[in-house]
Write a protein that binds this ligand. Structure first.
Ligand code: CP
Ligand code: NVA
Length: 306
């Protein structure tokens, strides 16, 4: 089997995402029954992170332990993407020691370069442009909650960021409608829109500046922070621009049966109120829990050990 990477969600086809989900479901059911099948004994996963993380880091490390393998967390002291050594030397050498690499980068080009030079699968654990593991776990969660995803609408109210982009792609692949409600300048850029039109010509991916119009008919309302990691200097202008886009009880009243999702971490009182994120319709903790189950399926699939 040739090496496969997951840098952006469209690196997988819809059928491949379903194959990953099938393994994830099986492993999740066994886990719930107290079984931790050692599918990957002796396998090693490296986690190379340029930014902070709770969920991505711990869910991958716990997943590897449950599967009978091991994981190594590599933070700033390994000198990744610094003047210490080239990404090519780093990736080629690391590939000699481990079976797969999860990487969280600032620039998207950094993880693309790492994948180019690595001889083991590279999984994007978030870059400035994509968060494919998050989007896959979220759609897996939605299907568990609603029973299906095909034909449903996700309204993403907030920044057209890494998480929004990956959700748009996974929704498009799996037959969902995706609508982004954001101020014009924070909607998807022209290059990404052209890319979407090319890879998903039939997908229903819309954008609007009107959050109320976006959430009408939505099965799920999603939001994420207005200021992502690395954008801290833009915080004040973003707070002002996104103020009309807060997901609060008044907005959720326009879609009384919609669920609420957030990838976390959340800035409570900014993009979402306590009332919504802690309310009956919020599935944020389930989303976070499913990161681990879906990533187990993903690692097993990528390593051909399903
Ligand atoms: N949602 C998510 O990726 O969380 P972390 O930044 O804590 O990994
Ligand atoms: N958009 C956020 C997601 C964090 C999981 C960020 O990039 O900081």
């Amino acid at each position: 089997m040739s090496i496969r990477h997951l840098i952006v969600p469209e690196d997988l086809t819809a059928a491949e995402i379903e194959a990953v989900f099938a393994i994830s479901r099986d492993l999740q059911e066994k886990f719930a029954a107290g079984r931790r099948d050692a599918l990957l004994p002796g396998r090693v996963l490296a986690l190379v992170f340029e930014k902070q993380s709770l969920r991505t880091r711990v869910s991958f490390q716990a997943a590897m332990t449950h599967l009978g393998g091991a994981s190594l967390f590599l933070g700033a002291d390994t000198g990744f993407a610094s003047s210490r050594e080239s990404i090519a030397d780093f990736g080629r050498v690391l590939s000699e020691y481990v079976d797969a690499i999860v990487c969280r980068t600032k620039a998207h080009a950094t993880i693309e370069r790492l994948a180019e030079v690595s001889s083991v699968p590279v999984i994007n654990g978030l870059s400035d442009e994509a968060h494919p593991c998050q989007a896959m776990a979220d759609i897996y969660t939605l299907r568990q909650e609603v029973g299906r995803v095909n034909g449903l609408t996700m309204a993403f109210v907030g920044d057209g960021n890494n998480v929004a982009r990956s959700l748009a792609v996974v929704c498009g692949l799996l037959g969902m409608r995706f609508v982004l409600a954001a101020p014009q300048r924070y909607q998807f850029d022209a290059a990404f829109r052209r890319h979407l039109a090319k890879i998903l010509p039939a997908a229903a991916i819309d954008e609007t500046t009107d959050p109320v119009a976006a959430v009408k008919d939505a099965a799920v309302v999603y939001t994420d922070v207005w200021t992502s990691m690395g954008q801290e200097s833009e915080r004040q202008e973003r707070l002002a621009a996104f103020a009309p886009y807060q997901v609060n009880a008044a907005l959720m009243a326009h879609c009384p049966s919609a669920l609420f999702m957030h990838c976390l971490p959340a800035r409570r009182g900014e993009e979402v109120t306590d009332e919504v994120i802690d309310g009956d319709r919020s599935v944020v903790v389930t989303q976070a829990a499913n990161r681990m189950h879906v990533q187990k399926g993903l690692i097993a699939w990528l390593l051909g050990h399903a």
